[in-house]
Ligand binder design. Structure first.
Ligand code: NAD
Ligand code: UD1
Length: 338
């Protein structure tokens, strides 16, 4: 079985390529390297001792994508390629709508042309907005989304659902990730944010390694156990394994399937700081600051549907998430750049 991985050079994509190759899938990566480095894929090959195919192609380049489908026999697609910086999406909405939505449309058109009917899609818990019920089940209605990035995720979900309505054989798994963190335990691949990180875990690890001075903790007056925001952090290797389980679901069944990928456990920002200090044996400087616009107090998954229907359970705990992030950070203080 051959899987096209769009955005496969990126953070979650590269980890998923490792799991796919280890499972015996053939892997074809399409990435324009706008937010990643080809070195991640070299390392994927080194870690697995297997080869993958890489095409530096932008999803918006329909002819380029058609060439890939002509050359390679694709059975299924895992679609990671997207822009993902929430703050940037507020400043540059057109860039986000164009890249994420048009990219997905072109991909689906080419899939249709080449009769490829399985897609696993990277969605996000952001589609729930500020959830009415916690833990969040897949039945929770989509909420009010405060930024264009999140809107693109909700729209892309709808596009895929509508394609299935018109062609029942076109089958889709929508994976709503909670907060992916951590790195491969080898420390060879991990998250390599460009510039100052927006997300908590890479920010903490850059403070720990001395690249950044101090973490701003956004808000300490939320209605949570210690006043700081609570999230469901999931190890990126567990998350990647979730994609293999999703592919296998599409090998058994046709339809549209929606799953939360989280652990079901919520940790606060202060929990994360303490856990990282323990795992890295460092001290994290932090200061309390104003709440960040668009943030919610608390968000964690009910992960039981994925467990029931995909036989998926995240098993790597918070200590492992921190240890693996730290190993990646210390081995690669400047990410993939030497
Ligand atoms: P990433 O930026 O590391 O990976 C995305 C990859 O897509 C990059 O390698 C980038 O170069 C590529 N890409 C972007 N636009 C492209 C285009 N037009 N054509 C070809 N390649 C393109 O991000 P990630 O953290 O690995 O996220 C992967 C997916 O998961 C994204 O869709 C993201 O929105 C989604 N997601 C991520 C998180 C998270 O916290 N990391 C949470 C929820 C959902
Ligand atoms: C953010 C995005 C979400 C996206 C997800 C993954 C926003 C509003 N939400 O989720 O749409 O799907 O990333 O890319 O941006 N925090 C700090 N200091 C920091 C960074 C974060 O205190 O420097 C806090 C936040 O307030 C939050 C928690 O840490 O309580 C997690 O933040 P983050 O890692 O950015 O993820 P989310 O906000 O959950």
């Amino acid at each position: 079985m051959s899987v096209l991985v769009t955005g496969g050079a990126g953070y979650i994509g590269s980890h998923t390529c490792v799991e796919l190759l280890n499972e015996g899938y053939e892997v074809v990566v399409v990435d324009n390297l706008s937010n990643s480095s080809k070195i991640s894929l070299d390392r994927v090959e080194k870690l697995t001792n297997k080869k993958l195919k890489f095409y530096e192609v932008d999803l918006l380049n329909k002819e380029g994508l058609r060439d890939v489908f002509k050359k390679e026999k694709i059975d299924s697609v895992i679609h990671f390629a997207a822009l993902k910086a929430v703050g940037e999406s507020v400043k540059e909405p057109l860039k986000y709508y164009h890249n994420n939505i048009a990219g997905t449309l072109v991909l689906c058109e080419v899939m249709k042309e080449f009769n490829v009917k399985n897609i696993v899609f990277s969605s996000s818990a952001t589609v729930y907005g500020d959830p009415k019920i916690i833990p969040i089940t897949e039945e929770c209605e989509k909420g009010e989304i405060t930024n264009p990035y999140g809107q693109t995720k909700a729209m892309m979900e709808q596009i895929l659902i509508d394609i299935n309505k018109a062609d029942k054989d076109f089958s889709v798994v929508l994976l709503r990730y909670f907060n992916p963190v951590g790195a491969h335990e080898s420390g060879e691949i991990g998250e390599d944010p460009k510039g100052i990180p927006n997300n908590l875990m890479p920010y903490i690890s850059q403070v720990a390694v001395g690249k950044l001075k101090s973490l701003s903790v956004f808000g300490n007056d939320y209605n949570t156990k210690d006043g700081t925001g609570v999230r469901d952090y999931i190890h990126v290797v567990d998350l990647s394994i979730g994609h293999i389980k999703a592919l296998k679901k599409l090998e058994r069944e046709r339809g549209v399937f929606i799953y939360n990928l989280g652990t079901g456990v919520g940790y606060s920002v202060l929990d994360m700081i303490k856990a990282f200090e323990r795992a890295s044996n460092t001290k994290i400087n932090y200061e309390f600051k104003e709440r960040r616009g668009g943030d919610i107090a608390c968000c964690y998954a009910d992960p039981s549907k994925a467990q029931r229907e995909l036989n998926f359970k995240a098993i790597r705990d918070l200590n492992k998430m921190c240890e693996d992030t730290w190993r990646w950070q210390t081995k690669n203080p400047n990410g993939y750049e030497k």
